[in-house]
Write a protein that binds this ligand. Structure first.
Ligand SMILES: [Zn+2]
Length: 348
């Protein structure tokens, strides 16, 4: 095409090295489609790159945005499953090694060498993005582009709660960290049949904890600096919760998880941060707790989440709080960073 288009570009490692720039519309290869972006979600990881606090390697300059939906505008010669005009969402693993053992297992999300949109290759905070056909999922007519763009974070939450955790109907579940992923974990835990649901934050999270309460959380803790282990001792038989999902962006929250998990219970850690821990793991041993990591998502998770979003069983009315044009990217980033909104979507 040779045309130019505006894009939200992260151009260097220094904090706040993000600006709207004119870039070329990308060319595509035989196995790619050119996707006309209709909606792109703002993710915590976009904010980390905005503030220069990410712990992953970024190929500067790079267009941000990995949560996106759109319309197929052009197809490469080998593309078979999609045609011009199809409504789609895209997975995030833009570059994978198809000979890697993880790809062969369907666990390309765990391949340490994969590259994702928005940090490894150009993402979707622009009008057109080059996407391998392999990444695409069709979306039903009744599912809006805005909601479809949030499939990705929903898949992160679904993987943590419904694939990597065991939730038997009625099981008590605590979620640490009421950020977007924590709140989506609350929604997916309820769909999975959770019994008493607790969401735990800190005073700075008070707005998000209010949202957690509106989503049907049974108990919300932390806005007033409540003593969480003391509350847990008064809950039920006092031995703790069956499952703790740690969605806080630090390692140290594992301490709280170990304090409140029930003997023989499970902790699933989906939030992460590079700071080291400084406490004993004796409780993990003594309580015979299963500690499980959860990272990203793969094909079957996407298909199930798209179905849950399309049917309305996974309802994001309280999660998606701001729709903005690309020119207002910075306001959307800042409101999300300040916790004023849970999730923002840009419409390029
Ligand atoms: Zn994301």
């Amino acid at each position: 095409m040779g045309d130019k288009m505006p894009a939200v570009v992260n151009f260097g490692p220094e904090p706040f090295s993000v600006e709207l720039r004119e870039i070329e519309v990308p060319g595509i290869g035989e196995n790619d489609v050119l996707l006309a972006v209709r909606a792109v979600g703002v993710c915590g990881s976009d904010l980390h790159q905005f503030t220069g606090k990410q712990s992953w390697k970024v190929n500067y300059p790079v267009v941000l945005g990995h949560e996106f939906s759109g319309i197929v505008a052009k197809t490469g010669r080998n593309v078979r499953r999609f045609k011009e005009g199809d409504r789609v969402v895209s997975e995030t693993a833009a570059v994978v090694d198809e000979s890697s053992p993880f790809f062969r297992q369907g666990l390309y999300n765990l391949d340490p060498n994969r590259l994702g949109f928005g940090y490894g290759v150009n993402g979707a905070m622009t009008r057109f993005v080059k996407v391998p056909e392999r990444c695409l999922h069709g979306i039903p007519d009744g599912l809006s582009f805005r909601l479809a763009a949030l499939t990705e974070p929903c898949c992160v939450a679904y993987n943590a709660t419904c694939v990597n955790s065991r939730i038997q109907p009625g099981a008590s579940v605590a979620i640490i960290g009421p950020g977007p992923i924590g709140l989506l974990c609350a929604l997916t835990a309820k769909i999975a049949g959770a019994g008493h649901l607790v969401v735990i934050g800190i005073p700075a999270d008070s707005k998000r904890l209010e949202t957690a309460a509106k989503l049907g959380t049974d108990t919300v803790l932390g806005a007033q600096n409540e003593n969480v282990p003391e509350w847990v001792k008064q809950f039920g038989d006092g031995y703790g919760l069956d499952l703790v999902i740690d969605a806080a962006g630090v390692s140290a929250s594992l301490k709280v998880a170990l304090d409140i998990v029930r003997p023989a219970g499970q902790i699933t850690k989906v939030g992460w941060g590079p700071q080291p821990l400084n406490f004993s793991l004796d409780a993990l041993v003594q309580k015979a707790v299963t500690l499980q990591g959860s990272y990203s998502h793969n094909w079957p998770i996407w298909e199930r989440v798209i179905g849950l979003l399309a049917s309305g069983r996974l309802n994001l009315d309280l999660i998606l709080n701001r729709i903005s044009p690309l020119t207002e990217w910075q306001e959307a980033f800042e409101e999300m960073h300040a916790g004023k909104i849970v999730k923002g979507v840009l419409e390029p």
